[in-house]
Design a protein around this ligand. Sequence first.
Ligand code: CP
Length: 400
Amino acid sequence: MDPYDYQARMTRRPMVKVAELQKEQRLKHVIFADQIDRGLIEHLCGVADMIRTISKTKKGSLYLTDLLPHKRAMMYFTQPSTRTFLSFMAACQILGITCNEVRDRNTSSEVKGESPFDSIRMFSSYFDIIIMRSNEKTFAEGCAYLMNDLESSGQRHVPIVNGGSGSEEHPTQALLDIYTMTRTFQFSDPKDSLKWSRFDDLRKTYPGLTKGLDNKVYAFCGDIGRGRTVRSLCKLLTQYDDPTLIFIAPEIPSLRLSTEMRDSLTAAGAKVIEVSSFEDIVNGKPVIEMIDCLYMTRIQKEHNNPVDAELLQTMDLSRYCLTLELVNRMKQYAPILHPFPRDSNFGEIPPEIDTNPRVMYFRQARNGMWIRAALIAYLFDVDSRILNHFRDYYLNPIIV
Ligand code: CP
């Protein structure tokens, strides 16, 4: 029997799998967005806010780097990455964790025939956490089962964190997206005073506007069917009250919302609307004018089969690109997100939009570092130390 054959476990219902990836109400491994509930999102966003505040001073930074200097992380990224790799590495460094990496299988003993699961088991001998990206949908999941099996037999095991699994999942991207939205929809402005707040001003134009992520209209534009970030983020958005999810995608089946995803989002309470352009009318208004938050994505040409490639060549795809004219028709407060990389040849977000106040994608990338630091602190169980430190030194400073 092949000890690395996890196929039967992978076909189980999500809830059964989720239970296996946690221990005593805490996550052991982070593989699926389904593992992350609203309570955990709010906890991690709070810890991330505290880490970013504590980091502002040298004293605070040194406090944080003293939390986990005895831990080592393996970054096993066999698929290209800029943001996820570097922000996880920076997050580890914030907490004092030493990092090592394998980014190219040709530099590891996999070129001699070592299996990727053997590689993972070896990494777990030297490191305390494995953060990984793979083009295989189920590899990170299999690695988590491998660690669980090692734990069951009393052997060394470490947390596995999925930094992107094929076209399937990118749960920590979803976390940083939600963190960015959470901060944006707090509507707090440095210029706010007792007499004036940006939120009160906005309410004069948008009387129904509320703080927070509940009851909002989220639009996703571009490659919906093949994008792992959209898939994971939508799952987290269903944790909020009455989300409306609008999908704007070319009329090519593989790029549109899958039936399985549509059914699961609807079953989770989301209102799902599918259109082909920002100008399509929904509830009497063009989509571009009713959006509370816009999530742009790249057309992922690397996943094209010959039929998709031919269809894409014959289509006018400019309607999946933003223009300044479109942006200026959006609600004043509506943030524009993009997981990045953007495709500079395709131009779904031309750089002239970068200075628009609605743009969040650069902050979004930086937020990834803070929320990933919060997640790692949580996985190593030092999040409560950060909470206590923040309470003692920032909320109720101890006077000596
Ligand atoms: N958003 C994202 O996953 O970016 P990278 O592919 O650069 O990690």
